[in-house]
Design a protein around this ligand. Structure first.
Ligand SMILES: Cc1cc2nc3c(=O)[nH]c(=O)nc-3n(C[C@H](O)[C@H](O)[C@H](O)COP(=O)(O)OP(=O)(O)OC[C@H]3O[C@@H](n4cnc5c(N)ncnc54)[C@H](O)[C@@H]3O)c2cc1C
Length: 419
């Protein structure tokens, strides 16, 4: 995901922690459909509103969890929601390095989607979506079933693309899906033959944070394990120079070796080989490089970008089908190329909510413009963090870590579905 993902705080400003309110338990009730509103209708809303408008949300990503809580807080007359997800627990990647380092428990960095959907009065279906019958307006599911929709929204994230590194699928761990990474990492770090040499492939923000978090996690181990980053062409090219300088200093201070330039061509049971023939011995290799939208999206016939992302208009409705929206990492807004980062998925929450409501009402959809700059915060694993924004701003300190911690906990607090 290097080069296509950047680590950032999900919002630079106003995340308020809204715990589950009593209204959350409210079930969706059928309500009379409001008369169609006046106004110009966009090409994306040419169908008449229906009395029982079924919105199916596929994937419990950062955008869809906000749809659930928004429709809980202000139900849309005539609409009902169902969440389809392949996992009951969805991870919040901003807290992943903190979890690996031992700062957060596993539950703290996951949203329980079933509990959230229940508390928001939405339906819940635990099954992976495998296709879309666009003529029949139904999502196909891996369990053999299907689910009819009036409006569909996709927020299914991206998956690692290991095709460029020979043997990585057999001999390396991929950072996504995060649940899989954590299970395998725990097993490898705790089991027999604990690794003494760990190589992170990918020098983007995620690779850097995980390497630093592993240093913290393994701090007590004697002898101290070697941890290295094969950074590709250069370390974190998407970050500004001040951040990169601070991050290099943190890596050096904490004893993480940066191999740069170093493009890994293959991985085997004993380590990795770079494209220039260099051999790097490692007992554990973790890959955090390129990613693609899930393959099954190809079968939908929806127009897609080169990396497989579903192309949407600035309304977040897909270019190919006004009844289907796509958001987060699995989507790309035509003409607004952005990195794949959680911050964008989070920011798409309110505009998606608004346009889903508008589609139910048969009103014109509103355009959305994604920000171009955003706050990025990387934890250094030792109680500090480096933050930056745009070309110049770069900050570092313990207070930056405390700030990030507060932002992350506040974000997660919005989806706490515990009683
Ligand atoms: C290690 C790491 C650290 C990161 N740290 C940061 C950070 O600090 N800040 C930041 O901005 N970004 C960060 N990112 C990037 C961030 O994780 C992603 O950009 C963000 O998760 C994208 O959100 P999303 O809503 O598109 O999808 P996701 O969060 O990936 O959610 C997709 C959901 O869809 C579900 N799903 C997938 N396929 C199906 C299917 N077929 N059917 C049903 N459900 C399905 C998945 O189980 C998942 O719940 C990090 C990434 C990694 C790997």
């Amino acid at each position: 995901m290097r080069g296509s993902r950047s680590i950032s705080c999900r919002s630079s400003t106003t995340w308020t922690s809204r715990k589950t309110s009593p209204g959350c338990a409210r079930r969706w009730r059928r309500r009379p459909v409001p008369r169609r509103r006046r106004g110009r209708r966009s090409p994306a809303s040419t169908e008449a509103p229906v009395a029982d408008h079924h919105i199916v949300l596929v994937g419990g990503g950062h955008t869809h969890v906000q749809v659930l809580t928004a429709f809980r807080d202000r139900p849309e007359p005539g609409a009902r929601l169902t969440l389809v997800t392949d996992r009951r627990l969805t991870p919040y990647s901003g807290m992943l390095p903190g979890h690996i380092a031992g700062h957060y428990r596993r539950e703290a960095m996951h949203i329980d989607l079933e509990a959230l959907a229940r508390r928001c009065g939405a339906g819940f279906r635990l099954a992976a979506a495998t296709g879309i019958d666009r003529d029949g307006r139904a999502v196909r599911l891996a369990d053999g079933g299907s689910l009819a929709f009036d409006t569909l929204s996709l927020d299914v994230g991206i998956t690692p693309d290991l095709t460029g590194i020979d043997g990585a699928d057999r001999h390396a761990l991929a950072v996504k899906p995060i649940g899989g990474l954590l299970d395998q990492l725990d097993a490898r770090l705790a089991g027999e033959g604990k690794p003494n040499r760990i190589l992170m492939v990918g020098g983007g923000p995620a690779g850097i944070e995980i390497a630093l978090a592993l240093r913290t996690r393994l701090a007590a181990r004697e002898p101290r394990p070697w941890i290295g980053i094969a950074a590709g062409e250069a370390l974190a090219p998407g970050l500004n120079a001040g951040m990169r300088r601070r991050i290099r200093a943190a890596l050096a201070r904490r004893g993480v070796t940066v191999l740069e330039p170093c493009r890994i061509a293959s991985v085997d049971a004993d380590g990795a080989t770079a494209s220039d023939g260099r051999r790097i011995a490692a007992e554990l290799v973790i890959v955090s490089t390129a990613a693609r939208a899930p393959n099954w999206l190809a079968s939908t016939g929806l127009r897609r970008a080169e990396d497989g992302s579903v192309l949407t208009a600035d309304t977040l409705a897909t270019l190919s089908d006004p009844a289907i929206f796509a958001v987060g990492d699995c989507a790309a807004i035509d003409g607004q190329r952005r990195e794949k980062a959680g911050v964008f998925a989070v920011r798409q929450g309110p505009p998606l909510v608004e346009n889903l409501r508008r589609r139910v009402r048969g009103a014109a959809l509103r355009p959305y413009r994604a920000q171009t700059r955003y706050l990025a915060i990387l934890s250094t694993g030792d109680g500090g963090a480096v933050a930056g924004r745009g070309r110049w701003l770069a900050l570092e300190g313990r207070w930056v870590w405390l700030w990030k911690d507060w932002l992350d906990r506040s974000f997660m607090g919005r989806f706490d579905a515990s009683d």
